[in-house]
Design a protein around this ligand. Structure first.
Ligand SMILES: Cc1cc2nc3c(=O)[nH]c(=O)nc-3n(C[C@H](O)[C@H](O)[C@H](O)COP(=O)(O)OP(=O)(O)OC[C@H]3O[C@@H](n4cnc5c(N)ncnc54)[C@H](O)[C@@H]3O)c2cc1C
Length: 500
Protein backbone atom coordinates (compact mmCIF):
# COMPACT_ATOMS: atom_id res chain seq x y z
CA UNK A 1 0.00 0.00 0.00
CA UNK A 2 1.39 3.41 -0.93
CA UNK A 3 1.04 6.79 0.71
CA UNK A 4 -2.14 8.38 1.99
CA UNK A 5 -2.60 11.79 0.37
CA UNK A 6 -2.82 15.01 2.34
CA UNK A 7 -6.26 14.66 3.93
CA UNK A 8 -7.51 18.11 2.97
CA UNK A 9 -6.56 18.05 -0.69
CA UNK A 10 -9.85 17.16 -2.46
CA UNK A 11 -13.50 17.51 -1.54
CA UNK A 12 -14.87 15.40 -4.39
CA UNK A 13 -13.29 12.58 -6.38
CA UNK A 14 -14.87 11.72 -9.71
CA UNK A 15 -14.10 8.25 -11.09
CA UNK A 16 -14.26 8.14 -14.91
CA UNK A 17 -13.17 10.22 -17.85
CA UNK A 18 -16.25 10.46 -20.08
CA UNK A 19 -19.14 12.84 -20.45
CA UNK A 20 -20.84 11.97 -17.15
CA UNK A 21 -17.59 12.28 -15.20
CA UNK A 22 -16.70 15.69 -16.60
CA UNK A 23 -20.23 17.03 -16.13
CA UNK A 24 -20.00 15.89 -12.49
CA UNK A 25 -16.58 17.47 -12.08
CA UNK A 26 -17.69 20.80 -13.58
CA UNK A 27 -20.82 20.92 -11.43
CA UNK A 28 -18.87 20.06 -8.26
CA UNK A 29 -16.31 22.77 -9.01
CA UNK A 30 -19.07 25.29 -9.72
CA UNK A 31 -20.44 24.48 -6.27
CA UNK A 32 -17.17 25.26 -4.56
CA UNK A 33 -15.50 21.84 -4.38
CA UNK A 34 -11.86 21.00 -5.04
CA UNK A 35 -12.17 18.19 -7.56
CA UNK A 36 -9.98 15.30 -8.67
CA UNK A 37 -10.88 13.25 -11.76
CA UNK A 38 -9.43 9.73 -11.96
CA UNK A 39 -9.44 8.25 -15.47
CA UNK A 40 -8.33 4.65 -15.87
CA UNK A 41 -7.32 5.04 -19.53
CA UNK A 42 -4.07 6.63 -20.62
CA UNK A 43 -4.57 10.10 -22.08
CA UNK A 44 -4.39 8.86 -25.72
CA UNK A 45 -7.35 6.54 -25.10
CA UNK A 46 -9.20 8.65 -22.53
CA UNK A 47 -12.79 9.80 -22.75
CA UNK A 48 -14.64 6.50 -22.51
CA UNK A 49 -17.50 5.67 -24.82
CA UNK A 50 -18.31 9.38 -24.92
CA UNK A 51 -15.32 9.91 -27.20
CA UNK A 52 -16.54 7.25 -29.66
CA UNK A 53 -19.94 8.89 -30.11
CA UNK A 54 -21.24 11.24 -32.75
CA UNK A 55 -22.05 13.54 -29.83
CA UNK A 56 -25.83 13.42 -30.39
CA UNK A 57 -27.88 14.72 -27.41
CA UNK A 58 -31.65 14.10 -27.18
CA UNK A 59 -33.18 17.15 -25.51
CA UNK A 60 -36.53 18.85 -25.27
CA UNK A 61 -37.01 21.97 -27.41
CA UNK A 62 -40.08 23.97 -28.23
CA UNK A 63 -38.79 25.29 -31.56
CA UNK A 64 -36.01 27.34 -33.06
CA UNK A 65 -35.91 29.76 -30.12
CA UNK A 66 -34.90 26.96 -27.75
CA UNK A 67 -32.35 25.62 -30.22
CA UNK A 68 -30.78 29.07 -30.41
CA UNK A 69 -30.09 28.89 -26.66
CA UNK A 70 -27.89 25.90 -27.43
CA UNK A 71 -26.68 26.93 -30.89
CA UNK A 72 -26.54 30.74 -30.83
CA UNK A 73 -24.74 30.80 -34.20
CA UNK A 74 -27.61 29.12 -36.08
CA UNK A 75 -27.64 31.13 -39.32
CA UNK A 76 -30.75 32.79 -40.84
CA UNK A 77 -30.29 30.52 -43.92
CA UNK A 78 -30.27 27.41 -41.76
CA UNK A 79 -33.44 28.55 -40.02
CA UNK A 80 -35.07 29.40 -43.35
CA UNK A 81 -34.14 26.08 -44.98
CA UNK A 82 -34.91 23.75 -42.11
CA UNK A 83 -38.01 22.33 -40.48
CA UNK A 84 -36.57 21.64 -37.01
CA UNK A 85 -40.00 20.82 -35.63
CA UNK A 86 -40.26 20.47 -31.88
CA UNK A 87 -39.45 17.81 -29.33
CA UNK A 88 -41.76 18.29 -26.39
CA UNK A 89 -41.51 16.93 -22.86
CA UNK A 90 -44.53 14.76 -23.66
CA UNK A 91 -42.78 13.25 -26.69
CA UNK A 92 -39.63 12.52 -24.69
CA UNK A 93 -41.72 10.91 -21.90
CA UNK A 94 -43.65 8.88 -24.47
CA UNK A 95 -40.50 7.72 -26.26
CA UNK A 96 -38.87 6.62 -23.00
CA UNK A 97 -42.00 4.79 -21.85
CA UNK A 98 -42.71 3.14 -25.22
CA UNK A 99 -39.23 1.87 -26.07
CA UNK A 100 -38.58 0.61 -22.52
CA UNK A 101 -41.94 -1.19 -22.46
CA UNK A 102 -43.03 1.09 -19.60
CA UNK A 103 -40.29 -0.18 -17.30
CA UNK A 104 -38.17 2.98 -17.05
CA UNK A 105 -38.16 4.48 -13.55
CA UNK A 106 -40.64 7.37 -13.80
CA UNK A 107 -38.80 9.51 -11.24
CA UNK A 108 -35.49 9.25 -13.09
CA UNK A 109 -37.18 9.80 -16.46
CA UNK A 110 -38.86 12.90 -15.11
CA UNK A 111 -35.49 14.36 -14.12
CA UNK A 112 -33.92 13.37 -17.44
CA UNK A 113 -36.68 14.94 -19.50
CA UNK A 114 -37.32 18.09 -17.50
CA UNK A 115 -33.64 18.93 -16.99
CA UNK A 116 -32.54 18.16 -20.55
CA UNK A 117 -32.79 21.59 -22.19
CA UNK A 118 -31.56 23.44 -19.15
CA UNK A 119 -28.54 21.09 -18.94
CA UNK A 120 -27.72 21.71 -22.61
CA UNK A 121 -27.74 25.45 -21.93
CA UNK A 122 -25.46 24.81 -18.93
CA UNK A 123 -23.05 22.77 -21.08
CA UNK A 124 -23.02 25.61 -23.57
CA UNK A 125 -22.15 28.02 -20.72
CA UNK A 126 -19.13 25.82 -19.96
CA UNK A 127 -17.89 26.25 -23.51
CA UNK A 128 -19.26 23.13 -25.20
CA UNK A 129 -20.32 23.94 -28.78
CA UNK A 130 -23.28 22.33 -30.56
CA UNK A 131 -24.50 22.06 -34.16
CA UNK A 132 -27.62 20.61 -35.86
CA UNK A 133 -27.25 16.97 -37.01
CA UNK A 134 -28.08 17.56 -40.67
CA UNK A 135 -26.13 14.54 -41.95
CA UNK A 136 -27.87 11.76 -40.06
CA UNK A 137 -31.09 13.10 -38.58
CA UNK A 138 -32.64 15.19 -41.37
CA UNK A 139 -33.83 14.39 -44.88
CA UNK A 140 -34.40 16.82 -47.71
CA UNK A 141 -38.10 17.08 -48.58
CA UNK A 142 -39.31 17.60 -52.17
CA UNK A 143 -39.68 21.34 -51.36
CA UNK A 144 -35.91 21.48 -50.77
CA UNK A 145 -36.21 22.00 -47.01
CA UNK A 146 -34.43 19.77 -44.50
CA UNK A 147 -36.79 18.06 -42.08
CA UNK A 148 -35.66 16.55 -38.74
CA UNK A 149 -37.56 13.35 -38.06
CA UNK A 150 -36.40 11.60 -34.91
CA UNK A 151 -36.34 13.89 -31.85
CA UNK A 152 -32.57 14.03 -32.05
CA UNK A 153 -31.49 17.36 -33.49
CA UNK A 154 -28.30 18.52 -31.76
CA UNK A 155 -24.78 17.14 -31.61
CA UNK A 156 -21.59 18.35 -29.99
CA UNK A 157 -19.27 20.26 -32.29
CA UNK A 158 -16.57 17.83 -33.40
CA UNK A 159 -18.69 14.81 -32.34
CA UNK A 160 -17.53 12.68 -29.41
CA UNK A 161 -13.85 13.66 -29.71
CA UNK A 162 -14.86 17.35 -29.82
CA UNK A 163 -17.13 16.88 -26.80
CA UNK A 164 -14.46 15.21 -24.67
CA UNK A 165 -11.81 17.75 -25.71
CA UNK A 166 -14.12 20.66 -24.84
CA UNK A 167 -15.15 19.14 -21.48
CA UNK A 168 -11.52 18.42 -20.59
CA UNK A 169 -10.46 21.96 -21.51
CA UNK A 170 -13.34 23.40 -19.47
CA UNK A 171 -12.29 21.30 -16.46
CA UNK A 172 -8.63 22.23 -16.70
CA UNK A 173 -9.48 25.92 -17.09
CA UNK A 174 -11.29 25.71 -13.76
CA UNK A 175 -8.46 24.05 -11.88
CA UNK A 176 -9.93 20.55 -11.83
CA UNK A 177 -7.10 18.01 -11.57
CA UNK A 178 -7.31 15.12 -14.08
CA UNK A 179 -5.09 12.06 -13.59
CA UNK A 180 -4.86 9.61 -16.49
CA UNK A 181 -3.83 5.98 -16.14
CA UNK A 182 -5.35 5.96 -12.62
CA UNK A 183 -7.70 3.05 -11.99
CA UNK A 184 -9.96 3.25 -8.96
CA UNK A 185 -10.16 -0.20 -7.40
CA UNK A 186 -12.21 0.24 -4.20
CA UNK A 187 -14.15 2.75 -2.15
CA UNK A 188 -12.81 3.77 1.26
CA UNK A 189 -15.29 3.73 4.12
CA UNK A 190 -15.08 5.56 7.41
CA UNK A 191 -17.78 5.66 10.09
CA UNK A 192 -20.40 4.41 7.68
CA UNK A 193 -19.67 6.92 4.94
CA UNK A 194 -17.68 6.86 1.74
CA UNK A 195 -14.38 8.56 2.47
CA UNK A 196 -12.34 8.29 -0.73
CA UNK A 197 -11.01 5.71 -3.16
CA UNK A 198 -8.17 3.27 -3.52
CA UNK A 199 -6.32 3.85 -6.78
CA UNK A 200 -3.84 1.84 -8.82
CA UNK A 201 -1.43 3.65 -11.13
CA UNK A 202 1.79 2.39 -12.70
CA UNK A 203 1.80 -0.72 -10.50
CA UNK A 204 1.50 1.23 -7.23
CA UNK A 205 -1.57 1.62 -5.05
CA UNK A 206 -2.56 4.62 -3.00
CA UNK A 207 -5.54 5.74 -0.97
CA UNK A 208 -6.99 9.14 -1.82
CA UNK A 209 -9.38 10.57 0.76
CA UNK A 210 -12.28 12.85 -0.15
CA UNK A 211 -15.54 13.95 1.41
CA UNK A 212 -17.62 12.54 -1.46
CA UNK A 213 -17.12 10.31 -4.50
CA UNK A 214 -18.94 10.34 -7.83
CA UNK A 215 -18.72 7.09 -9.78
CA UNK A 216 -19.06 7.59 -13.56
CA UNK A 217 -17.02 4.61 -14.71
CA UNK A 218 -19.37 3.25 -17.39
CA UNK A 219 -21.07 -0.15 -17.63
CA UNK A 220 -19.61 -3.65 -18.05
CA UNK A 221 -19.83 -3.92 -21.82
CA UNK A 222 -16.07 -4.41 -22.22
CA UNK A 223 -15.98 -7.32 -19.77
CA UNK A 224 -16.67 -10.49 -21.77
CA UNK A 225 -17.04 -12.64 -18.65
CA UNK A 226 -19.64 -10.33 -17.08
CA UNK A 227 -21.41 -10.05 -20.44
CA UNK A 228 -21.79 -13.81 -20.60
CA UNK A 229 -22.76 -13.98 -16.94
CA UNK A 230 -25.43 -11.28 -17.03
CA UNK A 231 -26.52 -10.82 -20.66
CA UNK A 232 -26.36 -14.53 -21.43
CA UNK A 233 -24.47 -17.13 -23.45
CA UNK A 234 -23.23 -15.81 -26.78
CA UNK A 235 -22.61 -12.27 -25.58
CA UNK A 236 -18.90 -12.99 -25.24
CA UNK A 237 -18.97 -13.08 -29.07
CA UNK A 238 -20.21 -9.51 -29.49
CA UNK A 239 -17.85 -6.78 -30.66
CA UNK A 240 -17.42 -3.85 -28.28
CA UNK A 241 -18.21 -0.60 -30.08
CA UNK A 242 -16.36 1.70 -27.76
CA UNK A 243 -13.76 1.80 -25.01
CA UNK A 244 -12.02 -1.32 -23.66
CA UNK A 245 -11.92 0.22 -20.17
CA UNK A 246 -15.59 -0.10 -19.16
CA UNK A 247 -15.31 -3.44 -17.41
CA UNK A 248 -17.78 -2.80 -14.60
CA UNK A 249 -15.32 -1.48 -12.01
CA UNK A 250 -17.61 1.34 -10.86
CA UNK A 251 -20.58 -0.98 -10.46
CA UNK A 252 -18.46 -3.58 -8.63
CA UNK A 253 -17.01 -0.99 -6.22
CA UNK A 254 -20.46 0.38 -5.43
CA UNK A 255 -21.95 -3.09 -4.89
CA UNK A 256 -19.05 -4.06 -2.62
CA UNK A 257 -19.80 -0.97 -0.54
CA UNK A 258 -23.44 -2.03 -0.22
CA UNK A 259 -25.21 -0.37 -3.18
CA UNK A 260 -28.45 -1.75 -4.54
CA UNK A 261 -28.22 -3.37 -7.98
CA UNK A 262 -30.92 -1.89 -10.22
CA UNK A 263 -32.31 -1.91 -13.71
CA UNK A 264 -32.18 -4.32 -16.63
CA UNK A 265 -29.09 -6.38 -15.80
CA UNK A 266 -29.61 -8.76 -18.71
CA UNK A 267 -30.27 -5.91 -21.13
CA UNK A 268 -28.00 -3.76 -23.21
CA UNK A 269 -27.76 -1.40 -26.15
CA UNK A 270 -26.41 -3.28 -29.16
CA UNK A 271 -26.47 -2.52 -32.87
CA UNK A 272 -25.62 -3.82 -36.32
CA UNK A 273 -21.85 -3.34 -36.59
CA UNK A 274 -19.29 -4.16 -39.32
CA UNK A 275 -18.81 -7.94 -39.26
CA UNK A 276 -15.02 -7.77 -39.40
CA UNK A 277 -14.55 -4.85 -37.00
CA UNK A 278 -11.92 -5.22 -34.26
CA UNK A 279 -12.97 -6.60 -30.85
CA UNK A 280 -13.00 -3.11 -29.29
CA UNK A 281 -13.66 0.32 -30.74
CA UNK A 282 -11.08 2.06 -32.90
CA UNK A 283 -10.87 5.80 -32.22
CA UNK A 284 -9.78 6.46 -35.81
CA UNK A 285 -13.10 5.01 -37.05
CA UNK A 286 -15.34 6.04 -34.14
CA UNK A 287 -18.97 5.04 -34.63
CA UNK A 288 -18.61 4.47 -38.39
CA UNK A 289 -18.53 0.69 -38.13
CA UNK A 290 -22.27 0.93 -37.41
CA UNK A 291 -24.65 0.39 -40.32
CA UNK A 292 -27.94 2.11 -39.60
CA UNK A 293 -29.71 2.52 -42.93
CA UNK A 294 -31.42 -0.89 -42.73
CA UNK A 295 -34.90 0.74 -42.67
CA UNK A 296 -34.39 1.31 -46.42
CA UNK A 297 -33.37 -2.26 -47.30
CA UNK A 298 -33.74 -5.80 -46.01
CA UNK A 299 -31.71 -7.86 -43.53
CA UNK A 300 -31.01 -11.54 -44.27
CA UNK A 301 -29.32 -14.24 -42.19
CA UNK A 302 -27.21 -17.30 -43.14
CA UNK A 303 -30.32 -19.10 -44.42
CA UNK A 304 -31.02 -16.11 -46.65
CA UNK A 305 -34.14 -15.36 -44.61
CA UNK A 306 -35.42 -12.08 -43.23
CA UNK A 307 -35.79 -12.15 -39.46
CA UNK A 308 -36.85 -8.68 -38.31
CA UNK A 309 -39.17 -5.82 -39.32
CA UNK A 310 -36.56 -3.45 -40.72
CA UNK A 311 -39.12 -0.64 -40.97
CA UNK A 312 -40.88 -1.06 -37.63
CA UNK A 313 -40.03 2.52 -36.66
CA UNK A 314 -37.50 5.25 -37.35
CA UNK A 315 -33.92 4.08 -36.92
CA UNK A 316 -33.57 6.00 -33.62
CA UNK A 317 -36.16 3.72 -32.02
CA UNK A 318 -35.05 0.31 -33.32
CA UNK A 319 -31.27 0.32 -33.86
CA UNK A 320 -30.37 -0.25 -30.19
CA UNK A 321 -32.34 -3.50 -29.94
CA UNK A 322 -31.51 -5.03 -33.32
CA UNK A 323 -27.92 -5.93 -32.39
CA UNK A 324 -29.27 -8.59 -30.04
CA UNK A 325 -31.43 -10.06 -32.78
CA UNK A 326 -28.42 -10.25 -35.12
CA UNK A 327 -26.42 -11.99 -32.36
CA UNK A 328 -29.18 -14.61 -32.16
CA UNK A 329 -28.88 -15.51 -35.87
CA UNK A 330 -26.81 -18.53 -36.99
CA UNK A 331 -23.16 -17.46 -37.11
CA UNK A 332 -24.07 -14.15 -35.40
CA UNK A 333 -24.17 -12.18 -38.64
CA UNK A 334 -26.51 -10.69 -41.23
CA UNK A 335 -26.30 -8.94 -44.57
CA UNK A 336 -28.10 -5.66 -45.23
CA UNK A 337 -29.24 -5.49 -48.86
CA UNK A 338 -30.15 -2.35 -50.84
CA UNK A 339 -30.83 -1.46 -54.43
CA UNK A 340 -29.88 1.65 -56.41
CA UNK A 341 -33.16 3.46 -55.63
CA UNK A 342 -32.14 4.09 -52.03
CA UNK A 343 -28.40 4.41 -52.39
CA UNK A 344 -28.56 8.19 -51.88
CA UNK A 345 -30.24 7.62 -48.50
CA UNK A 346 -27.40 5.53 -47.06
CA UNK A 347 -25.66 7.22 -44.16
CA UNK A 348 -22.04 8.37 -44.30
CA UNK A 349 -20.84 5.23 -42.46
CA UNK A 350 -21.51 3.13 -45.61
CA UNK A 351 -18.78 5.01 -47.47
CA UNK A 352 -15.79 4.19 -45.25
CA UNK A 353 -13.03 1.86 -46.45
CA UNK A 354 -13.43 -0.69 -43.64
CA UNK A 355 -16.65 -2.30 -44.88
CA UNK A 356 -17.46 -5.89 -45.84
CA UNK A 357 -19.43 -5.18 -48.98
CA UNK A 358 -20.77 -7.07 -52.00
CA UNK A 359 -22.07 -5.42 -55.19
CA UNK A 360 -23.66 -6.97 -58.26
CA UNK A 361 -25.77 -6.06 -61.22
CA UNK A 362 -28.21 -8.96 -60.75
CA UNK A 363 -29.73 -10.53 -57.67
CA UNK A 364 -28.47 -13.97 -58.79
CA UNK A 365 -24.92 -12.66 -58.94
CA UNK A 366 -25.34 -10.93 -55.56
CA UNK A 367 -26.65 -14.15 -54.00
CA UNK A 368 -23.32 -15.87 -54.79
CA UNK A 369 -21.34 -13.00 -53.29
CA UNK A 370 -23.08 -12.94 -49.90
CA UNK A 371 -20.46 -14.86 -47.92
CA UNK A 372 -21.91 -17.64 -45.71
CA UNK A 373 -25.48 -17.14 -47.02
CA UNK A 374 -27.60 -19.82 -48.74
CA UNK A 375 -28.07 -18.32 -52.26
CA UNK A 376 -31.32 -20.15 -52.98
CA UNK A 377 -32.79 -19.08 -49.65
CA UNK A 378 -31.82 -15.49 -50.37
CA UNK A 379 -33.40 -15.44 -53.85
CA UNK A 380 -36.59 -17.01 -52.52
CA UNK A 381 -36.75 -14.36 -49.78
CA UNK A 382 -36.29 -11.48 -52.21
CA UNK A 383 -38.94 -12.85 -54.59
CA UNK A 384 -41.45 -13.12 -51.74
CA UNK A 385 -40.51 -9.71 -50.39
CA UNK A 386 -40.75 -7.96 -53.76
CA UNK A 387 -44.16 -9.48 -54.33
CA UNK A 388 -45.42 -8.32 -50.94
CA UNK A 389 -44.61 -4.59 -51.15
CA UNK A 390 -47.62 -2.24 -51.12
CA UNK A 391 -46.84 -0.20 -54.21
CA UNK A 392 -50.00 1.90 -53.85
CA UNK A 393 -48.53 3.81 -50.88
CA UNK A 394 -45.87 6.43 -51.74
CA UNK A 395 -42.37 6.08 -50.27
CA UNK A 396 -41.32 8.94 -47.95
CA UNK A 397 -38.25 8.59 -45.69
CA UNK A 398 -39.12 11.71 -43.64
CA UNK A 399 -42.25 10.16 -42.11
CA UNK A 400 -43.41 6.69 -41.10
CA UNK A 401 -44.91 6.26 -44.55
CA UNK A 402 -46.92 3.06 -44.03
CA UNK A 403 -45.51 1.65 -47.26
CA UNK A 404 -45.30 -1.84 -45.86
CA UNK A 405 -45.60 -5.44 -46.97
CA UNK A 406 -48.64 -7.71 -47.07
CA UNK A 407 -48.69 -11.43 -46.38
CA UNK A 408 -45.08 -12.11 -45.37
CA UNK A 409 -43.50 -12.77 -41.97
CA UNK A 410 -41.87 -10.85 -40.56
CA UNK A 411 -43.55 -7.87 -42.18
CA UNK A 412 -41.75 -4.68 -43.12
CA UNK A 413 -44.01 -1.92 -41.82
CA UNK A 414 -42.60 1.21 -43.48
CA UNK A 415 -40.28 2.22 -46.32
CA UNK A 416 -40.67 -1.08 -48.19
CA UNK A 417 -39.37 -0.98 -51.77
CA UNK A 418 -38.93 -3.95 -54.07
CA UNK A 419 -35.29 -4.81 -54.68
CA UNK A 420 -35.39 -4.43 -58.45
CA UNK A 421 -33.02 -1.67 -59.51
CA UNK A 422 -29.35 -2.55 -60.08
CA UNK A 423 -26.67 -2.20 -58.99
CA UNK A 424 -27.43 -4.03 -55.76
CA UNK A 425 -25.29 -3.54 -52.67
CA UNK A 426 -24.98 -5.55 -49.48
CA UNK A 427 -23.08 -5.00 -46.23
CA UNK A 428 -22.18 -7.65 -43.65
CA UNK A 429 -22.89 -6.88 -40.00
CA UNK A 430 -22.61 -8.57 -36.65
CA UNK A 431 -23.61 -7.47 -33.13
CA UNK A 432 -21.77 -4.50 -31.64
CA UNK A 433 -22.49 -3.84 -27.96
CA UNK A 434 -22.65 -0.19 -26.94
CA UNK A 435 -23.36 -0.26 -23.23
CA UNK A 436 -25.12 -2.33 -20.57
CA UNK A 437 -28.38 -1.26 -18.93
CA UNK A 438 -27.93 -2.75 -15.45
CA UNK A 439 -26.26 -0.76 -12.71
CA UNK A 440 -26.90 0.74 -9.32
CA UNK A 441 -29.93 2.53 -7.97
CA UNK A 442 -29.71 6.28 -7.47
CA UNK A 443 -32.06 8.94 -6.10
CA UNK A 444 -33.24 11.89 -8.18
CA UNK A 445 -30.20 13.75 -6.79
CA UNK A 446 -27.93 11.00 -8.18
CA UNK A 447 -27.06 9.69 -4.74
CA UNK A 448 -26.45 5.94 -4.67
CA UNK A 449 -29.01 3.92 -2.71
CA UNK A 450 -27.96 0.98 -0.54
CA UNK A 451 -29.55 -2.45 -0.62
CA UNK A 452 -31.83 -1.49 2.28
CA UNK A 453 -33.16 1.44 0.24
CA UNK A 454 -31.38 4.25 2.08
CA UNK A 455 -29.08 6.89 0.53
CA UNK A 456 -25.35 6.11 0.89
CA UNK A 457 -23.56 9.03 2.54
CA UNK A 458 -20.84 10.37 0.28
CA UNK A 459 -21.60 8.25 -2.80
CA UNK A 460 -23.06 9.41 -6.12
CA UNK A 461 -23.25 7.85 -9.58
CA UNK A 462 -24.01 8.94 -13.14
CA UNK A 463 -23.93 7.79 -16.73
CA UNK A 464 -24.01 4.21 -17.97
CA UNK A 465 -23.64 2.73 -14.50
CA UNK A 466 -26.99 4.07 -13.32
CA UNK A 467 -29.67 1.39 -13.53
CA UNK A 468 -33.39 1.89 -14.06
CA UNK A 469 -33.52 4.18 -17.10
CA UNK A 470 -33.24 1.78 -20.03
CA UNK A 471 -34.94 -1.58 -20.54
CA UNK A 472 -35.00 -3.62 -23.78
CA UNK A 473 -34.33 -0.58 -25.95
CA UNK A 474 -33.27 3.04 -25.94
CA UNK A 475 -34.08 6.23 -27.87
CA UNK A 476 -30.97 7.42 -29.77
CA UNK A 477 -29.08 10.30 -28.13
CA UNK A 478 -30.30 9.62 -24.58
CA UNK A 479 -27.00 8.24 -23.20
CA UNK A 480 -25.11 11.49 -23.40
CA UNK A 481 -28.15 13.44 -22.19
CA UNK A 482 -28.60 11.19 -19.19
CA UNK A 483 -24.88 11.35 -18.39
CA UNK A 484 -24.98 15.14 -18.51
CA UNK A 485 -28.17 15.55 -16.46
CA UNK A 486 -27.25 13.02 -13.75
CA UNK A 487 -23.55 13.88 -13.88
CA UNK A 488 -24.36 17.51 -13.20
CA UNK A 489 -26.72 16.55 -10.37
CA UNK A 490 -24.19 14.12 -8.90
CA UNK A 491 -21.45 16.75 -8.92
CA UNK A 492 -23.64 19.41 -7.36
CA UNK A 493 -24.97 17.01 -4.70
CA UNK A 494 -21.49 15.71 -3.90
CA UNK A 495 -20.15 19.26 -3.51
CA UNK A 496 -23.06 20.18 -1.25
CA UNK A 497 -22.43 17.12 0.91
CA UNK A 498 -18.71 17.89 1.04
CA UNK A 499 -19.48 21.33 2.47
CA UNK A 500 -21.49 19.96 5.39
C1 LIG B 1 -19.75 4.03 -30.99
C2 LIG B 1 -20.69 4.68 -30.01
C3 LIG B 1 -21.53 5.71 -30.45
C4 LIG B 1 -22.42 6.31 -29.57
N1 LIG B 1 -23.16 7.39 -29.99
C5 LIG B 1 -23.92 8.05 -29.09
C6 LIG B 1 -24.56 9.28 -29.44
O1 LIG B 1 -24.35 9.85 -30.53
N2 LIG B 1 -25.36 9.86 -28.50
C7 LIG B 1 -25.53 9.33 -27.25
O2 LIG B 1 -26.27 9.89 -26.44
N3 LIG B 1 -24.88 8.22 -26.88
C8 LIG B 1 -24.09 7.58 -27.76
N4 LIG B 1 -23.42 6.45 -27.35
C9 LIG B 1 -23.59 6.01 -25.95
C10 LIG B 1 -22.72 6.91 -25.07
O3 LIG B 1 -21.37 6.73 -25.43
C11 LIG B 1 -22.84 6.61 -23.59
O4 LIG B 1 -24.17 6.53 -23.20
C12 LIG B 1 -22.17 7.73 -22.78
O5 LIG B 1 -21.02 8.19 -23.41
C13 LIG B 1 -21.82 7.20 -21.43
O6 LIG B 1 -21.08 8.18 -20.73
P1 LIG B 1 -20.37 7.77 -19.38
O7 LIG B 1 -19.60 8.98 -18.96
O8 LIG B 1 -21.32 7.13 -18.47
O9 LIG B 1 -19.37 6.60 -19.82
P2 LIG B 1 -18.00 6.67 -20.63
O10 LIG B 1 -17.96 7.84 -21.55
O11 LIG B 1 -17.80 5.34 -21.24
O12 LIG B 1 -16.91 6.92 -19.53
C14 LIG B 1 -16.58 5.94 -18.58
C15 LIG B 1 -15.17 6.25 -18.13
O13 LIG B 1 -14.85 5.53 -16.96
C16 LIG B 1 -13.48 5.16 -17.05
N5 LIG B 1 -13.26 4.08 -16.09
C17 LIG B 1 -13.72 2.80 -16.13
N6 LIG B 1 -13.30 2.13 -15.04
C18 LIG B 1 -12.56 2.99 -14.31
C19 LIG B 1 -11.85 2.89 -13.08
N7 LIG B 1 -11.82 1.75 -12.38
N8 LIG B 1 -11.19 3.98 -12.61
C20 LIG B 1 -11.19 5.15 -13.32
N9 LIG B 1 -11.83 5.30 -14.48
C21 LIG B 1 -12.53 4.23 -14.96
C22 LIG B 1 -13.30 4.82 -18.50
O14 LIG B 1 -11.94 4.81 -18.87
C23 LIG B 1 -14.09 5.93 -19.16
O15 LIG B 1 -13.32 7.08 -19.36
C24 LIG B 1 -22.51 5.85 -28.23
C25 LIG B 1 -21.65 4.84 -27.79
C26 LIG B 1 -20.74 4.27 -28.66
C27 LIG B 1 -19.82 3.19 -28.15
Amino acid sequence: MGTRENVSRYDVIVVGGGNAAFCAALAAEENGARVLVLERAPEEEAGGNSRFTAGGFRCVYGGVEDLRKIIPDLSPQEIENTDFGTYTEEQFFDDMARVTQHRADPDLVEVLVRRSLDTMVWLRSKGIGFVPIYGRQAFKTPSGKFRFWGGLTVEARGGGPGLVAALTAAARARGIVVRYGHRATALLMQNGRIAGVRVRAGGAEEEVPARAVVLAAGGFEANSEWRTRYLGPGWELAKVRGTRFNTGDGIRMALEAGAMPWGHWSGCHAVGWERNAPDFGDLAVGDQFQKHSYPFGILVNARGERFVDEGADFRNYTYAKYGRIILEQPGQFAWQVFDAKVKHLLRDEYRIRQVTKASASTLEELALKLTDVDPEGFLKTVRAFNGAVRRDVPFDPTIKDGRGTVGIAPPKSNWANPLDTPPFEAYAVTCGITFTFGGVKVTTSAQVVDSDGGPMPGLYAAGEMVGGLFYFNYPGGTGLMSGAVFGRLAGASAAAEART
